[in-house]
Design a protein around this ligand. Sequence first.
Ligand SMILES: N[C@@H](CCC(=O)N[C@@H](CS)C(=O)NCC(=O)O)C(=O)O
Length: 198
Amino acid sequence: MRARMAIAISGQQVEFREVILRDKPSSMIKLSPKGTVPVLSLSSGQVIDESLDVIDWALKLNDPDNWLRSNKSEKSLELIHTNDNEFKHHLDRYKYSKRYDNEDPLVHREKCLIFINELEDQLSSSQFLYDDKISALDISILPFIRQFRIADMDWFDSLQKPNIQNWLMKFLESKLFKSIMIKYKKWEEGDEKIFFPN
Ligand SMILES: N[C@@H](CCC(=O)N[C@@H](CS)C(=O)NCC(=O)O)C(=O)O
């Protein structure tokens, strides 16, 4: 989702292949043996297989709202790092405890709150995480907070965390978010090309 947002705002268009994670096409694994999505294959032969790098690639080509301004600050890079490491680690174990030896999801939910509280604090002085407008920092983190909420919406909505709740809701209701939440059918070899955005 975060890579899609950067591609959309930058005005790039890519040929799009929807992958089912339990049935990854061999052509994808050939490009990127680690087997995670997204994978962006450029006509130059370069393969970009980390979503943060796809964001960077797209915004360095065209960044109409200067989203990359946030990433010049150490604090932003630190938040993205915590999101992609500690927070994602606990989020996965909260959401999918069965896949992780039945670890106690509530222990991991509690650990997630450390980052949630940090964001709540950060959002007490500005509308978005870096300043009063959306930036690369927000789009890098928002999809994960959305997942955290989806794991138990009633519980999340009952928290006394107005800053993060408002920030997330604004995003969920935004044109940007709605425009990238397109469902595609699984790509099969020989399919007609489809494009994102289309
Ligand atoms: N750090 C990577 C993480 C990507 C990642 O873990 N993607 C998940 C889907 S959201 C995935 O591909 N998982 C592989 C699997 O479940 O087999 C990135 O942001 O690109």
